[in-house]
Write a protein that binds this ligand. Structure first.
Ligand code: ACK
Length: 307
């Protein structure tokens, strides 16, 4: 064997050391995903149950010592890969009237970590305050929701499930739109929970919140921001009736048949609903989607409605 020169042995030793370093780096690489949006599920501490959503349980939690809400999604509700893709976009949406998505955990069950809102969903908030809110407060709720939605509209992002159950109430009368974009990745499962069945129907592989969905979206399974405007009209109805189910006294099949044929809900009973508010609802429910107002216009119009 040829004796090795000093230089050659130095090069070989360095090569072996670099190789070892690469191997050790690979073996002991952090297990979390490189995706900044995805987190190590163990970093989250679950606390008390806040409630049962349409697609899973929501808990209070602690993330980096900050109180958060943790939405857990039942298995099969969505494909984790589709969800992660959508979460990347959702994470870029920042507005004072939109719930901040802080992180997600896509190992099933999927966890969605968001800011915590002290007063829960607008739907429950309204129901326990029947007759106790002033028109001024109701207009303020609507105006804040319109403001969050005007931001999504500007970003060309569609919510698809705008409803009082998906608006959350914070301290000092702050209202924020939650769950934007989630409906896009939801898939119909054979086992919809009773809670889900209350609001959603399956159409092919997708599910729709029938009573909140514009007729054209159900007919051709295509959503636009104008469908969100329709849902906003329904949300106004929920606000003005303190959380009544839309189209009360009508079955799902009656809604499916009558709304595309021009039926619209009547003005909610006085003294709770002003004519101005009802006029806005009717504009949101115009048959031709291009005749419906933009969220930007709605936001300004609501600032002018007197309460
Ligand atoms: O009306 P709630 O107490 O408020 O019950 C519902 C339940 O979880 C199912 O949606 C509550 N919830 C959902 N997201 C949040 C959140 N970010 N902060 C506080 N509560 C929430 C909601």
């Amino acid at each position: 064997m040829m004796p090795m020169s000093g230089e050659l042995s130095l090069v070989l030793t360095l090569g072996v050391m670099v190789g070892m370093a690469i191997l050790l780096g690979f073996l002991f690489r952090p297990t979390g995903s490189a995706d900044p949006c995805e987190m190590n599920c163990r970093a989250i501490k679950l606390g008390k149950k806040l409630g049962e959503g349409s697609f899973g349980v929501v808990y209070q939690g602690l993330y980096n010592n900050t109180p958060v809400a943790v939405k857990t999604l039942r298995r099969g509700t969505m494909d984790p890969r589709d969800f992660l893709k959508e979460a990347q976009i959702m994470k870029t949406m920042e507005h004072p009237n939109l719930i901040r998505l802080l992180a997600v955990c896509t190992e099933e069950p999927i966890y969605i970590i968001t800011e915590l809102m002290k007063n829960g969903s607008l739907l429950d908030y309204l129901k326990v305050r029947v007759g106790r809110l002033r028109l001024y407060d109701q207009i303020e709720m609507a105006a804040q929701v319109a403001s969050g939605m005007a931001y999504l509209e500007m970003k060309n992002y569609i919510h698809r499930d705008l409803a009082a159950r998906n608006v959350l109430v914070g301290e000092n009368n702050v209202y924020k739109v939650a769950d934007f974009g989630l409906a896009r990745v939801l898939q119909a499962t054979p086992m919809l929970s009773n809670q889900t069945k209350m609001y959603y129907i399956s159409v092919g592989k997708a599910i729709f919140p029938l009573r909140w969905t514009a007729p054209e979206a159900i007919a051709n399974e295509r959503f636009t921001i104008k469908c969100d405007v329709w849902s906003f009209g329904i949300l106004l109805y929920e606000i003005m009736t303190f959380g009544e189910i839309p189209y009360p006294n009508m079955t799902d099949s009656q809604v499916k048949q009558m709304v595309p044929n021009g039926y619209r809900m009547p003005c909610p009973v006085d003294p709770y609903c002003s004519k101005d508010m009802y006029k806005i609802m009717l504009d949101c429910w115009k048959e031709n989607k291009y005749d419906r107002p933009t969220f930007k216009a709605l936001k300004m119009r609501l600032r002018d409605v007197s309460g």
